[in-house]
Structure formats: structure tokens, C-alpha cells
Design a binder for this molecule. Structure first.
Ligand SMILES: *[C@@H]1O[C@H](CO)[C@@H](O)[C@H](O)[C@H]1NC(C)=O
Ligand SMILES: *[C@@H]1O[C@H](CO)[C@@H](O)[C@H](O)[C@H]1NC(C)=O
Length: 588
């Protein structure tokens, strides 16, 4: 509207100027004068700066390309899938029944926890303030050199990803300052020709939805819709299956096609964000988009080479999900599984499909993927490995990943939700396994990828020194074969599961594990400006830093550390469900 007013004013002013020119010039030169005027008007219309609106108290910059107005080449065939209706079911409590009154005997404990969470908040602010000062509106701060880096479209991923952490830590001034900046983001303004649909969904969109769910600022929803409509274009393919990378040009021309070798997590981890967006806006198109993927997962669950699980890579173009034969809960597949129980939660228990997918998948995980390490103390811990399966071969590699540590939290939460006590017990063992891997390293921080000598069943096995000498690495703690990738890149999955297990069991031992992990991570990763990935967790003394601080450090890792030392009511798991970037979304 405003832009039109401006244009109209410009037109009127120049009509007056034109009158003057006509008076000045003779009839003979009038056409020339008019042409010149038309050109001047045209140029002025083009160069009149676009004035931002003020919306809901924020200076709001509309994205300069509106994808909601772009017709899809392959629109979803009617009728589109509707969100389930009806009252949300009364679901079992996930959190432990914590004492509500702060009885006098807890005062000392509370003092310890206050100091710890203030420490976490101070470290968070150190990273945030350096980002604010040196990398504002860019994707990441480079924590060693003090510059910035744009690897996620240049839309300020650290800014967005930190919004709800700011809110949760009670940093309201910083929160509103950051929201004000976020409302000026123009999704059409990027140097990149394509963007990663998965990362943008879990980080940028997840962040906006959580910031809205916590603050109820309506302007944030508008920004989320702009982005949601851009992401919705990723489904404009001949078979309605999403692309992994969305090329802007191809999207405009209706030339998108799903890939034939796509990480399964990337395809199947938009569910929470698209469902929440559909719930907030009342627009079912977002839900329809992700439901088609869920139906495909369902139709293939028993037809893969390891029935129950889905392989690491999918051919989404032909919709054949059995082309690959490798299976893991780690990199490239992780959040596919994580989102099954979480979808059940965000839908208020009204869509039974996700419970079935979860149960059948985890039956296979428990039977085929979990293993127990051989340790001198016969620790009661488990890890999840990676499998290769064909019709007649099954191989389990006892290789574990930091990324796979999320499985503790998943088993625990779903164990409570679906009343499967065995899963809660598995959750404790996986979580303790990840903490064990932290404790085993010189720095006290767990490696990215590591191999362990395994027992031959899920039951504890006798320590075998000969086997250890044959298979183990004598420079590492007894039990390890190697730390194949010894980096720590500020990842959250281990503390994530420790946090979930604390909230689920109420056992303070998890808070103590968290504090130990926290102190080790701080010592190993802190730089003058912020915190950095480290190259090798097995070294004694000074660590070698990488020049990287991914947005999940402020979005996830420090949020879980803060929450585990806070009151269990702060972002209760019975009210919120975390997306895979730790953005809390309201449950119905
Ligand atoms: C898939 O396999 C599971 C476990 O064997 C079984 O319970 C389920 O009914 C099967 N589903 C279909 C659709 O065949
Ligand atoms: C990590 O550090 C250990 C101990 O100093 C060393 O033996 C190993 O080679 C290092 N690994 C890498 C990948 O740098």
C-alpha cells in the first residue's frame, strides 16, 4: 500500500513538472519533453527506496520475493491432508514428578544450581556479545580470528538460532533487540543460488516458531510464514517429494526434482516445523507436504534390507527407499527416528502412525544396532553402532558417533510416552555410555567418531586382556579401538540426553555428570572471544582450536546446560517438544 502511495505522489509531482515543461517548450519539442518525463518517472519509480512497514511494533521488511504468490508447477492433488481434529489425548507425563515446594533442606542445593546456571549464562553472553559485535546478521562468528562466515544462506543463522535461548535465560532486552533485527531479514537477499532445505527448516524456521511460541509476538509469525512458503516450494516436484537443496532459479521455473541419493534425515525431518506452522496459521498445506513423506516411510518400513529401519540414503526421485543398505542412528539418518515420537507429541497423540513407526523401528534398533562395550569394570552402558545388511549378510560395526548420543533422550522420552519401561532403561545406558566416552578422553570431552571393543551380546562380558591387546589402542582408555575422528565441534547430543534423563528420572546424578562435562568443554574450547571447535579431544594440555562456532552451540549445547541446572518447570517436557535444533515448540 505504502509503496503505491509513494508512486502516486511521484506521478502527481511529475505531472505538474510536465505542465511546466509543456509551457516552457514549444509544440514542436513537446513529444521529446514528454518522453523525457516518462523516462524520469520510470527511473524514479525504480529507485524510490522501499520503505519498511511498521508491523506489531517492529520495523518489518517484507521479503522481496513472495513465494506464496508463486504458482506451483505440481500443486498438491486435492483433497489435501488435514491436521487431525479433536481434543488432544491425555498423554502420560514425560517428566519425573518433581517436588513442587522448595523445602528448606534444598536451599543449599539450589544455591549450587543458581551459581552453575549463572555461569552458563555468562559463557553464553560471551559468545553472543562477540557475535553481536563482530558478526551481527551474518551466519557465524569465527571465534579465533574474530570475523564472520556465511555458510547458511547469510540470513543470520546464529541470530535466529539464539532467539529462544535468550528468552529462556531471561535476557529479554537482548531477545527484543534480536527479534527487531530478525524482522528485517529478506529471504530473497542471498548470495547463494540454492539453500539447504533441511538446515533452513530445523534452524531458521524452528527458531522463529519457538520464538513465537515463547513470546507470542505476532510479527514473528509473519517472518515464519514468509520462510515457510519458500520452504514449501521445495515440495513442488513431480512426485511432491522435497528436494534436499533448493535452487532458486529452478524453483521459479518449476524445474525442481527430488534427488536420487538423499540423506534420509534430510527428507524426513521437516515434520515438527511444518506441523507447528500449520497449527499456528491454520493452513493445512504445510501438513499435507510432510504427511506424504510419512506415508512413504510407512509403506517401506518392512521392505528394506533391515526391516523396521530405513537406510541412510533414499532415492526420492523414484521413491525407492531400499537402494542403500547401511543403517545408523548417527549422521544422515538421526533425526528421522528422533521425529517419530516427537510428531506423536506435537499432534497431541491424534495420529497413531508415528507410534507404530517408532515401535517397529526401535524393535529393530534394539535387536540389531545396539551393542555393549567390553570394559574392565563391566560398565552398564550401551552404544548404537552402524549396520550393513543385505538379504543374507548382516554386519554390525561397533563404531559410534557423537551425533548418535541423542538416542538416549529419544528412548527415554518415548519410553515414558508409550509406556515402554525397557526403553527408559536403554536410554539410561546409552546416555551413560556417552558420558563414559567423555570421561575416557584426556580433555574430558567426547570425540566425534570412535570405535569400541564390543561384547558379543547386550549382556555384560568378561574383560579379555588378550583381545584388548589385539584390537584396542593402548594410548586410549581401556575399551577403545580408536578415536577415528577425534574432533569436538561444540555438539549438543551428549548433554541433550543427560538433560532428558534428568527431567525423566529426577536423578541428581545427571546434574553432576552435566557439570563435569560442562567444565571440561569450557576448558577445552574457550577462546578470547568465544568458543571454538577443537581438533583433538585426546590431547593433554592445550587444545588446537578450529575457527568455527556453529549456531547450535548457542541454540542447543548451552541451552541444555542451562536448563539442566534450572527448575524443571522451565520448558517442561510435558508442555514443549524440542525440535532437532533444540527449539521448544508448544505441545497442544
Ligand atoms: C511390519 O513388521 C512388524 C514387525 O515384524 C509387524 O508387527 C508389522 O505388522 C509389519 N507391518 C506390515 C505393514 O506388514
Ligand atoms: C590426536 O592426538 C593424539 C595424542 O596426541 C595423537 O596420537 C593423534 O595422532 C592425534 N590425532 C589426530 C587426527 O590429529
Amino acid at each position: 500500500m505504502l509503496a503505491e502511495d509513494v508512486q502516486w505522489q511521484v506521478l502527481r509531482n511529475y505531472a505538474i513538472v510536465d505542465g511546466i515543461m509543456v509551457a516552457l517548450f514549444r509544440r514542436r519539442t513537446r513529444p521529446l519533453a514528454i518522453s523525457a518525463t516518462v523516462i524520469v518517472i520510470y527511473l524514479l519509480i525504480i529507485f524510490v527506496p522501499k520503505r519498511p512497514d511498521t508491523l506489531y511494533g517492529f520495523t518489518y521488511v517484507h521479503s522481496s520475493y513472495d513465494w506464496s504468490q508463486h504458482p506451483q508447477k505440481y500443486p498438491a492433488p486435492a483433497p489435501i491432508k488435514q491436521l487431525p481434529t479433536g481434543n488432544p489425548r491425555a498423554l502420560p507425563k514425560i517428566q519425573h514428578a518433581f517436588e513442587t515446594d522448595s523445602s528448606p533442606k534444598d536451599v543449599e542445593r539450589e544455591q549450587v544450581l543458581v551459581e552453575r546456571r549463572l555461569d552458563v549464562r555468562q559463557k553464553f553472553l560471551k559468545g553472543w556479545n562477540s557475535y553481536r559485535k563482530r558478526a551481527w546478521m551474518h551466519d557465524e562468528l569465527t571465534p579465533v580470528s574474530g570475523g564472520w562466515k556465511d555458510g547458511y544462506g547469510g540470513w543470520g543463522v546464529t541470530l535466529l538460532d539464539s532467539l529462544d535461548t535468550l528468552w529462556i535465560m531471561g535476557l529479554r532486552d537482548e531477545f527484543y533487540d534480536a527479534v527487531a533485527a530478525a524482522m528485517t531479514i529478506d529471504w530473497a537477499e542471498t548470495d547463494d543460488r540454492s539453500f539447504n532445505v533441511f538446515e533452513t527448516t530445523i534452524r531458521h524456521l524452528g527458531a522463529l516458531l519457538a520464538a513465537y511460541d515463547l513470546s507470542k509476538e505476532p510479527a514473528i509469525v509473519l517472518k515464519a510464514i514468509e520462510l515457510g512458503d519458500m520452504l514449501y516450494m521445495a515440495f513442488d516436484t513431480p512426485n511432491r517429494m522435497p528436494v534436499f537443496w533448493m535452487n532458486f532459479e529452478e524453483a521459479r521455473n518449476g524445474e525442481l526434482e527430488a534427488g536420487n541419493h538423499v540423506p534420509s534425515a534430510a527428507v524426513a525431518s521437516s515434520g515438527l516445523e511444518f506441523t507447528r506452522l500449520a497449527q499456528i496459521t491454520g493452513d493445512n498445506k504445510y501438513y499435507d507436504a510432510i504427511d506424504r513423506v510419512a506415508q512413504l516411510l510407512d509403506s517401506w518400513q518392512n521392505r528394506t534390507s533391515l526391516p523396521g529401519m530405513w537406510p541412510t540414503f533414499f532415492d526420492m526421485r523414484s521413491m525407492q527407499l531400499d537402494m542403500d543398505r547401511s543403517y545408523t542412528l548417527g549422521a544422515l539418518a538421526d533425526s528421522l527416528y528422533e521425529y517419530l515420537p516427537k510428531m506423536y507429541l506435537v499432534l497431541g497423540g491424534l495420529e497413531p502412525l508415528y507410534e507404530k513407526l517408532y515401535r517397529d523401528a526401535m524393535d529393530t534398533v534394539v535387536k540389531s544396532l545396539l551393542f555393549r562395550p567390553m570394559t574392565p569394570d563391566q560398565d552398564d552402558i550401551l552404544f548404537s553402532g552402524s549396520a550393513y545388511a543385505t538379504a543374507d549378510i548382516f554386519n554390525l560395526a561397533s563404531e559410534s558417533q557423537h551425533l548418535g548420543c541423542f538416542a538416549g533422550g529419544m528412548f527415554g522420552m518415548a519410553g515414558k510416552l508409550f509406556d515402554i519401561p525397557e526403553h527408559v532403561s536403554i536410554a539410561e545406558k546409552i546416555t551413560r555410555g556417552c558420558v563414559w566416552a567423555y570421561d575416557a578422553m584426556e580433555t574430558g570431552v567426547g570425540p566425534e567418531i570412535f570405535n569400541i571393543v564390543e561384547c558379543h551380546s547386550l549382556e555384560p562380558c568378561e574383560w579379555d586382556d588378550d583381545r584388548w591387546l589385539r584390537e584396542g589402542d593402548p594410548s586410549l582408555k581401556k575399551g577403545f579401538k580408536d578415536a577415528r575422528d577425534p574432533r569436538y565441534v561444540l555438539r549438543p547430543e551428549a548433554i541433550e540426553s543427560v538433560f532428558f534423563m534428568y527431567r525423566i528420572t529426577g536423578d541428581q546424578e545427571y546434574q553432576e555428570m552435566a557439570w563435569r562435562m560442562y567444565q571440561s568443554i569450557m576448558k577445552a574450547t574457550e577462546t578470547d572471544l568465544a568458543f571454538a571447535s577443537i581438533e583433538n579431544v585426546t590431547v593433554t594440555g592445550e587444545t588446537e582450536k578450529g575457527d568455527s562456532m556453529e549456531s547450535f552451540w548457542l541454540a542447543e549445547t548451552l541451552k541444555y546446560f542451562y536448563l539442566i541446572f534450572s527448575s524443571p518447570d522451565l520448558i517442561s517436557l510435558d508442555q514443549y517438544v524440542f525440535n532437532t535444533e533444540a527449539h521448544p515448540l508448544l505441545r497442544p
